[in-house]
Design a binder for this molecule. Structure first.
Ligand code: PLP
Length: 393
């Protein structure tokens, strides 16, 4: 694999995976691994899902890709389904290829219609690999470190009585980009009161709320979308990762209010696979599969089993620090020395034992984000193995 440029900071441990089935990966010798991170949090209804495979094959046989001057009715039909799911009826969708692209598209839209110069976002949010949302330069962004807010016990709304809130240049904020979980892979969930106060500020400024649902969307937090935990009514929603179940499609949903403000000045953005039928039918297959199999409710049940088990293990193992979770999105903070050796060992041993979990390279953090379709038995077996690996380390 010396001819591959690998992701900086991430270690290539397995280079011989030849096939996958739901949450199981197999190497060429037949050894299997349970993928508890769904790839890069993407295969939310399992690898090789039959409905997605059929949708792809059937659509590709008809027409996969369209042009600048023609499309297929199927794309509009799927857009309607997405908008209904997002409660953005009357709005519009654009189908793109990656989460970064969906967020960046939303950012450009809001920047183009906002009357105020800055968008606000959280300092620990990751919003994509390129563009304005990646760079977060101070001429376009105000970034807010919500760490002190996590332990705040002040009654009432956040406002200028709070010294930390007072750092927000309120009058300059024309939009708020919220990543409702994950926090660059740290699995942190900003407090409800803070988020609702920022949303209220944006509303007072006649601004726009964009939600980055790339990791939290499609059931990963025990609701369809992460913003639902905050009772928000977003103007723009960016979906990626799970919405394609491993196929590279993403969607930006825009509300009727945004579309009205855009008027006859849509953002100039064009790429070759924008609104392709192939991506659209995958999106539809994923949504329908989750609905038909009641996977959001199932994920909440599985989350209870996983979190109860982890809490029991934590009560017996002092080297488990904090466990943060919403639904099946889980972060396990380990107690480690600065060299990170314990976390690296646990991570490696779990892989050796056939369980792939996430690890943030620079932190003492293990991360789980399994597919909504994972077998309950795989979760139970993982808990047993995790405890054994901890005990032996
Ligand atoms: C919260 C969040 N937003 C956006 C992205 C970008 O998505 P993609 O890698 O598909 O471009 C990621 C990727 O990990 C992410 O975690």
């Amino acid at each position: 694999m010396s001819n591959l440029l690998w992701l900086p900071g991430h270690e290539l441990i397995l280079d011989d995976i030849v096939r996958a089935d739901n949450c199981r990966l197999y190497d060429s010798k037949g050894k299997s691994y349970v993928d508890l991170e769904a790839g890069v949090w993407c295969t939310c209804i399992g690898q090789g899902n039959g409905s997605v495979r059929k949708a792809l094959a059937d659509q590709f046989a008809l027409i996969g890709h369209t042009g600048f001057n023609y499309t297929s009715g199927i794309v509009g039909e799927v857009a309607d389904e997405v908008l209904t799911l997002l409660d953005l009826d009357g709005g519009k969708c654009v189908f793109l290829c990656s989460g970064s692209e969906a967020v960046e598209y939303g950012v450009r839209v809001v920047q183009s219609i906002s009357d105020r110069p800055l968008l606000m976002t959280m300092a620990d949010s990751y919003c994509g690999a390129y563009g304005s949302a990646n760079l977060k330069t101070p001429d376009e962004w105000f970034t807010f470190d919500w760490t002190p807010c996590a332990t705040c016990s002040q009654e009432g709304e956040c406002d200028r009585r709070c010294e930390h809130w007072s750092t927000i240049p309120e009058t300059l904020i024309g939009g708020f980009l919220l990543e409702p979980g994950s926090s660059s892979g740290l699995v942190r969930f900003p407090p409800r009161k803070l988020i609702r106060s920022i949303a209220a500020l944006v509303k007072r400024n006649d601004g726009f709320t964009l939600i980055n649902e790339v990791t939290t969307g499609v059931g990963q937090t025990g609701s369809w979308f992460g913003f639902q935990h905050y009772d928000l009514k977003p103007d723009v929603v960016a979906l990626g990762k799970g919405i394609g179940n491993g196929y590279p499609v993403s969607v930006t949903g825009l509300s009727a209010r945004v579309i009205e403000r855009l008027g006859d000045r849509p953002v100039k953005y064009a790429q070759s696979h924008q609104n392709d039928p192939l991506g659209a039918v995958v999106v539809r297959a994923v949504i329908r599969f989750i609905e038909e199999n009641d996977l959001i409710a199932r994920s909440r049940e599985l989350s209870k089993i996983l979190l109860t088990g982890l809490a029991q293990i934590a009560s017996r193992h002092p080297r488990i620090g904090e466990i943060r979770a919403r639904g099946l999105m889980v972060g396990i903070e380990l107690v480690d020395n600065p060299d990170n050796a314990f976390t690296i060992k646990i991570h490696r041993d779990l892989i050796e034992q056939g369980y792939i979990v996430g690890r943030r390279p620079d932190r003492f953090l293990l991360r789980l984000d399994p597919a909504l379709t994972i077998d309950q038995r795989d979760i139970e077996d993982f808990l047993v193995t995790f405890e054994r690996v901890l005990a032996e380390s």
